[in-house]
Design a protein around this ligand. Sequence first.
Ligand code: SF4
Ligand code: SF4
Length: 171
Amino acid sequence: MALTAPPTGSDLCTQCGLCCNGALFGFVPLTTAEQALARHRGHGARMPQPCEFLHNRTCGIYADGPPHVCSAFRCSLLRRFEAGDLALDDALVEVAEGHRLHDAARAELEPGTRLADVYRELAEGAAAQDGAFDMSKARRQVALIALMVYAQDHFRVPGNAADQQRTNFPG
Ligand code: SF4
Ligand code: SF4
């Protein structure tokens, strides 16, 4: 009887993609060498997310070598899974919830805007300062805050300065 290989981090990440689709990060920083590669030309030092190379939930250039930040990134969910603290099915439940919140937040976006734009609004405290209550803005922000809290609890790695530098989240 053939033995089934245990699931790997790749089995999790290829069904997730939350670190590529704009849910967690606003951009991917590129080194000078990466900026010179044909596939990254035109982005300057920051390749925006949602990433153009993401197909469904999988990186289309992973085999060719994604930016160094992408290769190095391992969210807390992946770390818990690889440490054996979480079964693949349970990890995928958390991924599904992350996608549900991400879809809900994106559904509130105005045409032509990105989640990063709304995160910036949050950071500036615009809702609290401009006096007039704006229901559309409130709906966008509630959806985004739900995603932010979930990502904080399930995906972010506390104290990782490199991640913090490019994160979508204020604070
Ligand atoms: S967010 Fe985590 S689990 Fe999802 S693709 Fe990125 S590293 Fe993998
Ligand atoms: S290059 Fe690949 S791994 Fe990096 S953000 Fe884009 S899709 Fe994700």
